[in-house]
Design a protein around this ligand. Structure first.
Ligand code: LMR
Length: 344
C-alpha cells in the first residue's frame, strides 16, 4: 500500500467514526440512526377504543417491529392533532403522512364518494366489502390519485343508527322540524335529513358531543362504537337501530411521501396494512355489538329496533334522494352496486 492510499484509508476511517459518532449499535436493530428514521404521523378523529383507533395502534406497533424501528408510526387519536376539515389539508401539505377519514368526508375531493352515503344502499357489510374490494372500490380509489393522495385500504366501522333528544324516531314523520348533525362534506347526508322533513347541520366530529349537550342540534347518526366512545348516548334520549347507512374509512397517505419511501419499506407497510385491514374488519363488528350492549345496559336511552315495515317507509321517503344524486355520483357506480346486489 502506498503512503497516499494509507492516508486515504485513515481519513475514511476517521470520517466513518465521525458520522457514526462511535455509536455501538445493538444487533437487534432497535437503535436506529436517527437520520435514517422515517416518522409517519397518523392523525384521526375518533377515540382509541374504536375500530379505527385500535387498528391504527396495531398498524403502528407492527410496522415498528417489522422495520426494526426504522419506521415509527405516531398515532394521534381524538382530533388531538387535526380535526375534521383540517386533516385532509394537513395530509396534502405533508404535515401528517396518514389519515383515515370516512368515505363521506372524501366527497370534498370527489362527489363519487357519496355513493356510500345513499341510505339503505347496502344490506350487509359483506356487500360493502364486495363493492369496495372490487371494481367499484378501484374506481373510487382512482379519484384520489388525482389529488396526490394514495389510498392504502378500506376499513370498516359499521352501520349507522339515529339518535335524538326529542322523540323516538320510528316513522319518517318523527323527524319533522328536528335538526341533525351530519358529517362534513356530504350533500347526500344533508339531503337525507331534508327528505325526512328535518334540517341538517354539518359539524366536525369533535364538536358533536357539545352540540348535542347544548341542544344546538336535536340528534345525529352514527355507529354504536362512536355513540358509545364519545358519550353521545348520555346526552340523547332515544336511539333507533336503523342500520340505514354504512360508515367506512379509507386509509390515505400523501402520494409524494409514499413515492419517497424505499421500496422495501413500502412493501412492509402494504403487507402490514393488508393484514391489519382483515383484523380491523373482524374487530369492528364485535366492538359495535359490545358497545350496543353497554349503551343498552346503561339505561340512558330508550332503544327502538326498526321493523322491516318501518324500513320500507323510510326507504320510500329516501326515493327522491336516489333520483337527485345518481347523476352526481355517477349512474355507472350506482348501477354497478345495484347489479352486484342482484347477482349476489
Ligand atoms: C363522524 O364524523 O361522525 C365520523 O366520521 C367519525 C369517524 O371517523 O368515525
Amino acid at each position: 500500500m502506498t503512503g497516499r492510499s494509507r492516508r486515504i484509508l485513515v481519513l475514511a476511517a476517521l470520517f466513518l467514526l465521525f458520522v457514526t459518532g462511535c455509536d455501538q449499535r445493538g444487533p437487534d436493530g432497535e437503535q436506529v440512526d436517527p437520520t435514517e428514521k422515517i416518522v409517519i404521523k397518523f392523525s384521526h378523529v375518533v377515540a382509541e377504543d374504536t375500530p379505527k383507533g385500535q387498528a391504527a395502534r396495531r398498524f403502528a406497533r407492527l410496522v415498528q417491529q417489522r422495520t426494526g424501528g426504522r419506521v415509527e408510526v405516531q398515532v394521534f387519536p381524538n382530533s388531538t392533532l387535526y380535526k375534521d376539515g383540517e386533516e385532509m389539508d394537513a395530509l396534502r401539505q405533508g404535515a401528517v403522512q396518514m389519515i383515515a377519514p370516512t368515505t363521506s368526508k372524501l366527497s370534498c375531493l370527489a362527489p363519487q364518494w357519496q355513493l356510500l352515503d345513499l341510505p339503505y344502499l347496502f344490506e350487509s357489510k359483506e356487500q360493502v366489502h364486495q363493492a369496495m374490494d372490487g371494481e367499484i372500490g378501484q374506481k373510487l380509489f382512482a379519484t384520489l390519485e388525482h389529488y396526490n393522495i394514495h389510498p392504502l385500504a378500506f376499513w370498516d366501522n359499521g352501520f349507522k343508527h339515529m339518535t335524538s333528544s326529542e322523540r323516538p324516531l320510528v316513522h319518517p314523520r318523527d323527524f319533522a322540524g328536528l335538526t341533525f348533525r351530519v358529517m362534513i362534506n356530504s350533500r347526500v347526508l344533508e339531503e337525507q335529513f331534508r327528505c325526512l322533513g328535518a334540517r341538517a347541520t354539518a359539524l366536525p366530529f369533535s364538536d358533536v358531543y357539545s352540540a348535542l349537550a347544548a341542544r344546538q342540534v336535536d340528534g345525529q347518526e352514527n355507529t354504536m362504537s362512536n355513540i358509545y366512545s364519545q358519550g353521545f348516548y348520555e346526552v340523547q334520549r332515544y336511539l333507533t337501530v336503523s342500520n340505514h347507512g354504512f360508515m367506512g374509512y379509507v386509509v390515505l397517505t400523501n402520494a409524494t411521501f409514499w413515492r419517497s419511501l424505499p421500496p422495501d419499506i413500502r412493501k412492509v407497510i402494504e403487507e402490514t396494512m393488508a393484514e391489519v385491514t382483515l383484523w380491523e374488519r373482524e374487530q369492528a363488528a364485535g366492538l359495535n355489538d359490545k358497545n350496543f350492549k353497554q349503551i343498552e345496559s346503561s339505561g340512558k336511552v330508550k332503544i327502538h329496533i326498526q321493523t322491516p315495515q318501518e324500513r320500507v317507509e323510510w326507504l320510500a321517503a329516501f326515493t327522491p334522494l336516489y333520483r337527485q344524486f345518481t347523476p352526481v355520483i355517477g349512474n355507472e357506480l350506482v348501477e354497478a352496486v345495484l347489479r352486484m346486489k342482484k347477482n349476489s
